[in-house]
Design a protein around this ligand. Structure first.
Ligand code: DAK
Length: 261
């Protein structure tokens, strides 16, 4: 791959968008490579993913403005579909994805981070949806995901003004869960991913599905989704073992890793 690196560290996979010269901006090749990388993740072994950008300055500085500038309407639509498909693949990926945001997360960069389950960032991170200043609307889900994450009022302010915000403000409005000094960001992401990977994989996957699918429907339907996914955990080796371990009064016992994926 030219612009996307993938490394598996035990049960954690790390995807790095690596196009530093253009601050990791998303061109068609990056989007295609991201798609292929996700397809190649070994879901029998990997239980959580981290998505980050190469270098110290930028996570992703948006969609590639050079590539987009000369698109026709039909090409713009095709480019948008390519992005939306890969963002949706990330959002619905069976295992949790943590965005480790190490600098600029603008336009498509903010949007790809919002397609991940959890966002943490470095102190130098900058977030924004600058699209209206370029004559377009956010096109990779920004109008939808930002409003769901930070509320319609704050999303509208950020999108209409195209004003960037810094890490502390992103934390204050709930766009990121935590802010770290730059050198502590990846260790924190890896620790969080490892904490997730320790838990019962079928249960974690079902939690992701229940939260995502439940948010799209009313509470009565959401509870039915939860019931189904809750029931689905029973009779799995992990559920049998996890509960038996709790009930076992032997203080000397050591918890075994969960096995199923
Ligand atoms: N695209 C292409 N190249 C970019 C880029 C981008 N988004 N951002 C930065 N670069 C390149 C710069 O052109 C420069 O290249 P060289 O001149 O060295 O060749 C290099 O990265 C370093 O950038 P700067 O020299 O500008 O670095 P600074 O530190 O001075 O500034 C900056 C950093 C991040 C503030 C600045 O680069 C900047 O404002 N970049 C643009 C940020 C931006 O506006 N991003 C949003 C893009 S719009 C769609 C769906 C989605 C989208 C579009 C359509 N459809 C449904 C069809 C998404 C749109 C967007 O994301």
């Amino acid at each position: 791959m030219e612009f996307v690196l993938y490394e598996q560290k035990g049960a954690v996979g790390v995807i790095t968008i690596s196009r530093e010269k253009a601050l990791n901006a998303l061109n068609s090749t990056v989007l295609e490579e991201l798609d292929k990388t996700l397809d190649a993740v070994n879901l029998d072994e990997v239980r959580a993913l981290i998505l980050t950008g190469a270098g110290e300055k930028s996570f992703v500085a948006g969609a590639d403005i050079g590539e987009m500038s000369s698109l026709t309407k039909a090409e713009g639509e095709a480019f948008g579909k390519k992005g939306n498909d890969v963002f949706r693949k990330l959002e619905t990926f069976p295992i949790p994805v943590i965005a480790a945001i190490n600098g600029f997360a603008l336009g498509g960069g903010c949007e790809i981070a919002m397609s991940c389950d959890i966002r943490i960032c470095s102190e130098n991170a900058v977030f924004g949806q600058p699209e209206v200043g370029l004559g377009i609307t956010p096109g990779f889900g920004g109008t939808q995901r930002l409003a769901r994450l930070v509320g319609a009022g704050m999303a509208k302010q950020m999108i209409y003004t195209a004003r960037n915000i810094k890490a502390d403000e992103a934390f204050r409005i709930g766009l990121v869960n935590a802010v770290y000094p730059a050198e502590e960001l990846m260790p924190a992401a890896e620790k969080m991913a490892a904490d997730i990977a320790k838990n019962a994989p079928i249960a974690v996957r079902n939690c992701k599905k229940a939260i995502n699918e439940g948010l799209d429907v009313d509470m009565d339907a959401a509870i039915v989704i939860e019931e189904k996914l809750f029931g689905d955990c029973f009779e799995t080796e992990d559920q049998t073992y996890g509960m038996a371990f709790f009930l076992d009064k032997n203080k000397e016992k050591v918890k075994e890793p969960f096995k199923n994926c």
